[in-house]
Write a protein that binds this ligand. Structure first.
Ligand SMILES: Nc1ncnc2c1ncn2[C@@H]1O[C@H](COP(=O)(O)OP(=O)(O)OP(=O)(O)O)[C@@H](O)[C@H]1O
Ligand SMILES: [Mg+2]
Length: 324
């Protein structure tokens, strides 16, 4: 069999990509080889010198996104799926979570504060004024406001009252913001989920400064509760079809609520996640990519959510309620 080629596409990361290349090549033998992707212009002939590409950066470089979509359509297996990632957003994913029977905070999508480029008042003739009392009644304070297409804690606000809410909203420009019930959590977990089935649970304390967030020597977890965290994390990644993701869960009264689970290029830097988490993600991602490279996986447009969601329910009936 021809030696399978795994390419890594990345930006400013210094630790993870090189460690991953070494981990794959240490295991690959004469079956699989990893290296960094090399791109100049993209020719329209559908020829790509890779069997698999791990994408860590196309969310910031649109030229790469088109490259990856074309590669996917030409038979290259891309992690994560660039076609679905381009369509996905965090608000939609809350519906996916409910369908996958994972609890999520009550959430509302807000209209843009400012006009997006090339629009003006007349472009919005379908829009009606928001009844803020209804919004606040549904969510209750405190409320988190964050972008539906966000990441990296940018434009995330915690608002304790209406005044703080509107002063945050005023700063959101033309972003698509969601407003969300704040989960006052007892504990918080950040889980790597690789290949839709390998789960590594990290105790995470988002209230600490960045370098202290990954809790060292955490207390052991009760087995049944750990099983639920694993189930919820894999159910989300299976529904979304992501092979490398982190799922964040905030636990209130024993119930894990999915807070942030669309992290298609999750932080895997040695200096941020620490040696033990780093070793786990490097070794397991190497194995997942080798599995994908030697599999006969076909082009997927998305994960399992179209089969999981009840698209045949009456439109005036709610989705099945999430499992709070
Ligand atoms: N509904 C919520 N309840 C409680 N805490 C929340 C909620 N939403 C967000 N947070 C807090 O804000 C932080 C940032 O929010 P979130 O993870 O959704 O944003 P992000 O910009 O996507 O971050 P990331 O870089 O992890 O992708 C979370 O880690 C959590 O501590
Ligand atoms: Mg987050």
């Amino acid at each position: 069999m021809r030696k399978r080629q795994i390419g890594l596409l990345f930006g400013m990361e210094d630790t993870f990509p090189w460690a991953l290349v070494n981990a794959i090549n240490a295991r690959g033998g004469d079956r699989v080889e990893a290296k960094s992707v090399e791109i100049s212009y993209l020719k329209d002939d559908g020829i790509f010198p890779y069997d698999v590409i791990l994408d860590r950066i196309s969310h910031e470089i649109p030229f790469y996104r088109t490259y990856l979509k074309c590669a996917a359509a030409s038979g290259v297996k891309i992690v994560n799926n660039p076609i679905w990632w381009s369509a996905d957003d965090k608000f939609f994913d809350n519906l996916v979570a409910k369908a996958a029977n994972v609890a999520v905070p009550r959430t509302i999508l807000l209209p843009h504060k400012d006009f997006p480029p090339n629009t003006q008042a007349k472009s919005f003739r379908n829009m009606r004024w928001v009844n803020w009392d209804e919004v606040f009644d549904y969510l209750k304070f405190p409320i988190f406001m964050k972008p539906a297409y966000g990441g990296g804690w940018k434009d995330v606000y915690k608002c304790d009252n209406a005044q703080e809410f509107f002063s945050a909203y005023d700063q959101t420009r033309d972003l698509t913001m969601m407003a969300q019930e704040a989960i006052e959590f007892d504990s918080y977990y950040r889980c790597y989920v690789l290949g839709r089935k390998r789960v590594h649970i990290m105790h995470y304390d988002p209230k600490q400064p960045h370098h202290l967030r990954y809790v060292q020597n955490p207390p052991p977890m009760e087995p049944q509760f750990e099983a639920r965290i694993r189930r919820d994390a894999t159910a989300l990644c299976d529904a979304l079809g992501y092979d490398m993701n982190t799922v964040e869960l905030a636990v209130r009264n024993g119930v894990p609520y999915a807070i942030d689970f669309m992290n298609c290029a999750p932080d895997a830097d040695l200096h941020s996640v620490g040696q033990e988490n780093f070793d786990w993600v490097v070794n397991n991602m190497a194995e997942v990519l080798i599995e994908i490279a030697t599999s006969d996986r076909k082009l997927e447009l998305t994960g399992s959510w179209p089969r999981v969601m009840k698209t045949d329910k009456p439109v005036d009936q709610p989705l099945m309620s999430s499992r709070a």
